[in-house]
Design a protein. Structure first.
Length: 434
């Protein structure tokens, strides 16, 4: 199902927002891998197994052999889904999921084989396949764009390279035309431009191997490794550009640099465009492990814990939805729900409503919260809310007093029920306070 462009304004959540599923694909065409499927299959299987404990992984398989080999390699760590696809790099060819007031939507763009270099069958349709399999309506755009060509923070700031988006082998855009297209597709408020990508990168400078958002106004990029790093000048140029830039809200970027892989030579003896930036941020983290600076604040000042508990309940409530029955006609925002209707209260989404909470995907123990619906509201308020708040406050007071530097050692595992969200496995390394 395709939706007209004029229907709804959209917002694209940042990659660190909670995800319903992670989609990837199983290497199935030996010709794409120079006759060697074993190596890429081992890597994809390792990725799936790493994601599995705390994520729903949906793995596309093309044909019976691919399905059988994938099942043998990953077991029950992924849902295998028969589909047609070309390249397995779904970050580029798959849809970009976004939100509208009417629900999720899959943004779809034209593909042209990374500027005509790799014309693989079914690259043009796999995005629609994933949208169909996920039950998500499609909004299509009549221009070429790979997902890895843009990086965003969920608040309207985009990173991109001129080498990719302004390339004649894509759309032949000017900067102004590219920015207009990103506003149309994503609601982009500001584009921060980098000039060029890594040497020998067949994507023509994709941003996803150069710089990534890991939080609001927080960007990770690389520093050169070794005197022979082939991209030393490019990496320094990237850091300088980002250090002088601000996001769409006028905040300067906090720049976090990690060492690049340095010189990596491929089988042809050429410098490969190696990078540590092309990562995926998945579910399976706990708020205070994500934000150790805020945890340190709570250790130093336990009086902040009560408000932190409210932010925990808002950010990841114990119940994300509740079913109800309407006894009489109810009108909300101009829409009448007739009596005797079954309704679902999606409280998890309400707690992330950007009209109520600024930057709702960000966990902030200092957030001023007038009200959230983590325990429901009004006649639907959980009768145990007061006790649960007290228990949570005491638990964190004691945890942080005794173990101020706990760490997650491996991904946690969610426990799923009809409407309560919790954990069945939370492995921690405890560092007792002196």
């Amino acid at each position: 199902m395709h939706e007209p462009l004029t229907r709804q304004a959209i917002s694209v959540p940042p990659e660190w927002a909670p995800q319903k599923a992670i989609w990837t694909a199983w290497p199935a065409d030996a010709e794409q891998w120079n006759g060697d499927l074993d190596s890429p299959r081992r890597e994809v299987a390792a990725l799936v197994r790493a994601l599995h404990p705390s994520n729903r992984v949906r793995l596309l398989v093309a044909g019976a052999e691919a399905e059988g080999s994938a099942r043998a390699a990953v077991g029950d760590a992924a849902e295998l889904v028969r589909a047609r696809y070309g390249d397995i790099w779904l970050r580029d060819t798959g849809p970009i999921f976004a939100r509208t007031a009417l629900g999720p939507i899959a943004l779809r763009f034209k593909t042209n084989g990374w500027g005509g270099k790799f014309d693989l069958p079914d690259d043009a349709i796999v995005g629609d396949e994933i949208a169909r399999l996920s039950g998500t309506p499609v909004r299509g755009f009549d221009f070429v764009l790979e997902g890895g060509a843009v990086e965003h923070d969920g608040e309207g700031t985009f990173l991109a390279t001129r080498e990719t988006l302004l390339n004649a082998n894509r759309n032949g855009w000017s900067e102004g035309q590219a920015e207009a297209a990103l506003r149309q597709a994503f609601g982009a408020r500001k584009v921060v431009w980098l000039d060029r990508g890594l040497r020998n990168d067949h994507t023509d400078g994709h941003i996803d191997v150069l710089a990534r958002f890991v939080g609001p106004a927080r960007v990770v990029c690389q520093s050169p490794s070794g005197a022979d790093d082939p991209n030393a000048d490019i990496l320094e140029e990237i850091a300088r550009t980002l250090a002088s830039a601000t996001d769409a809200s006028g905040r300067p970027f906090e720049i976090i640099r990690i060492p690049s892989p340095g010189l990596v030579v491929n089988e042809l003896g050429e410098a490969a465009p190696a990078s540590h930036m092309n990562f995926v941020i998945a579910n399976g983290v706990v708020a205070l492990d994500w934000y150790p600076d805020q945890r340190a604040e709570l250790v130093a000042d336990p009086s902040l814990i009560p408000n932190a508990v409210e932010e925990m309940l808002r950010w990841d409530p114990p119940s994300h939805y509740q079913g109800r029955w309407v006894e009489q006609d109810v009108t909300l925002h101009g829409v009448t729900i007739p009596a005797n209707s079954r309704v679902v209260l999606i409280t998890g989404a309400a707690n992330h409503d950007e009209r109520v909470f600024e930057n709702p995907e960000y966990f902030d123990i200092h957030r001023e919260i007038e009200r959230h619906v983590g325990f429901g509201f009004g006649i639907h308020l959980c009768v145990g809310a007061a006790l649960a708040r007290l228990e949570t406050r005491i638990a964190f007071e004691e945890l942080l007093k005794r173990y101020p530097k706990y760490e997650l050692r491996q991904p946690m595992k969610r426990a799923y029920s009809s409407n309560v969200r919790g954990l069945s496995n939370l492995p921690l390394a405890l560092d007792p306070a002196a």
